[in-house]
Design a binder for this molecule. Structure first.
Ligand code: ADP
Ligand code: MG
Length: 363
C-alpha cells in the first residue's frame, strides 16, 4: 500500500472576506485532524484528514508533516510527490513558494525552498564516499500540452518512459544544482518565465499546472540509485459558471476538470476502495497523472494538500475541495451530514448530532 497523506489547509481570511463577514469562518476545529464545515445552506459536514493546518499554522509544520519524509526518502532512492489542490486564491502557490521564492522571512518560507534545503542537508549528513547529483526541471501543463519553463521555445513535450530513467519529460531542460542559493535562482527563473508565457498566451497561471521535478542521483562505488521529488501546484479547481463560459474558457475548464478527476481517480485506485485496491491504475488518462506515475504508485510517498479559504463566502468551493481530498483517500464515512432537524437532540457543548450517510452519496 503506497504511503499517501491527505491534509487540509485553511489560509487566513483576506481583507475582502473580513469586510464581507468580519472574522466569521465556516469551519469549527475539532482537533488536529478533524473539523466541521458549515455550508451556505447551514448544513454541517465533518471531515477527518491525516492532519489539518488551521489559519495560524506555520509553514515549517506543513513542511515537516508533508514533505520531510519525502525528502528523506528521495535521498535514498524512493520517489515522492507533493501536490497542492484547491480553488484559485486558496493558498496553493503560497504554500509552495511562500510570499516570494527568493527572499522572505525564514518562518514564511514555502515548501519549495524548504525541500531544497532539506535535500542539501540530507546530503551533507551522508558519508563522504557517496556522491550526489541533483537536477531540477520545471514544466507547465496547459490544455494537455507540456511546456519547459526553463526554455519557453520547448512546447508540447512528450512524456516518455525507459527502464533506466523511469517516467520523464523528454527534452525538458535539466539544471544541475549544487547548493540552495543556486536552486532558488533557477526556481525564480522558471517562475518568471511562467509569467512571461502567461502574457504571451493571454492565459492566467491559475489555469495551468506547474510541475517542479527534482531528480537526486546517488552513487556509491559502482552502485547508482535515483529518487525524485515532484511538487505540483495545480490549476484552480473552481467550477466555471454553468452559463456564460464559452470558447477557450470552457475548453480550459474541461481540461482542468479532466486532469483533476484523473488525479483523484489514480489516488483513489492506489489507496484502494473498500473492496480492495484496483488492478488498473488510470495513469494515462491525463498528462498530469502520467508525469506523476512513478512518484505516485509503487513504494513511493505522496502528500496531497487541500487548500481552502475558511470564509463563509467560499464555503461551497471549500466543501468541494475537501470532498476531493476525502474521496481521494477513501476515508470512510468521512463527511457526514448533520441535518438541521437534529439540532434539538444536540447535547450542550457536544459536536452536532451526525447523521450517518453513505460515503458515496455525500462525497
Ligand atoms: P492560489 O495559488 O491557490 O491561487 P495563493 O497562494 O496565490 O492562491 O494565495 C492567494 C492570496 O492569499 C495571496 O495573496 C497570498 O499571499 C495569500 N495567502 C495564501 N496563503 C496564505 C497564508 N498561509 N498566509 C498568509 N497569506 C496567504
Ligand atoms: Mg497559484
Amino acid at each position: 500500500m503506497p504511503n499517501i497523506r491527505v491534509c487540509a489547509l485553511f489560509r487566513p481570511l483576506n481583507v475582502k472576506e473580513i469586510s464581507d463577514h468580519g472574522d466569521t469562518v465556516c469551519i469549527r476545529a475539532v482537533d488536529s485532524d478533524s473539523f466541521v464545515l458549515k455550508d451556505d445552506k447551514e448544513e454541517e459536514f465533518e471531515f477527518h484528514f491525516d492532519r489539518v493546518f488551521y489559519q495560524r499554522s506555520e509553514q515549517a509544520n506543513v513542511y515537516e508533516f508533508l514533505a520531510l519524509p519525502i525528502v528523506k526518502g528521495a535521498v535514498e532512492g524512493v520517489n515522492g510527490a507533493i501536490v497542492t489542490y484547491g480553488q484559485t486564491g486558496a493558498g496553493k502557490t503560497y504554500s509552495m513558494e511562500g510570499p516570494s521564492i527568493m527572499d522572505c522571512d525564514e518562518n514564511k518560507k514555502g515548501l519549495l525552498p524548504r525541500v531544497v534545503d532539506g535535500l542539501f542537508s540530507a546530503i551533507r549528513l551522508s558519508d563522504e564516499m557517496t556522491k550526489y547529483t541533483i537536477n531540477l526541471s520545471m514544466v507547465e501543463i496547459y490544455m494537455e500540452r507540456v511546456r519547459d519553463l526553463f526554455d519557453l521555445s520547448k512546447d508540447n513535450l512528450l512524456i516518455k518512459e525507459t527502464k533506466a530513467r523511469g517516467i520523464f519529460v523528454s527534452g525538458a531542460t535539466e539544471i544541475c544544482i549544487s547548493d540552495s542559493a543556486e536552486a532558488l535562482r533557477s526556481l525564480s527563473i522558471g517562475i518568471a518565465n511562467r509569467a512571461v508565457g502567461e502574457t504571451q498566451m493571454n492565459m492566467a497561471s491559475s489555469r495551468s499546472h506547474c510541475v517542479y521535478i527534482f531528480t537526486i542521483q546517488k552513487e556509491l562505488k559502482k552502485e547508482k540509485r535515483s529518487g525524485k521529488v515532484i511538487l505540483v501546484d495545480l490549476a484552480g479547481s473552481e467550477k466555471v459558471e454553468k452559463t456564460g463560459a464559452e470558447g477557450r474558457v470552457l475548453e480550459e475548464a474541461k481540461t482542468i476538470n479532466k486532469s483533476l478527476s484523473a488525479l483523484g481517480n489514480v489516488i483513489n485506485a492506489l489507496t484502494g476502495s473498500p473492496q480492495g485496491r484496483a488492478n488498473h491504475i488510470p495513469y494515462r488518462d491525463s498528462k498530469l497523472t502520467r508525469i506523476l506515475q512513478d512518484a505516485l504508485g509503487g513504494n513511493s510517498q505522496t502528500s496531497l494538500l487541500c487548500c481552502s479559504s475558511p470564509s463563509p463566502s467560499n464555503a461551497s468551493e471549500s466543501l468541494s475541495t475537501l470532498r476531493f481530498g476525502a474521496r481521494a483517500k477513501h476515508i470512510k464515512a468521512l463527511a457526514h451530514v448533520s441535518l438541521k432537524e437534529d439540532e434539538d437532540t444536540k447535547s450542550p457543548g457536544a459536536l452536532p448530532v451526525i447523521k450517518n450517510e453513505s460515503c458515496e452519496r455525500i462525497l
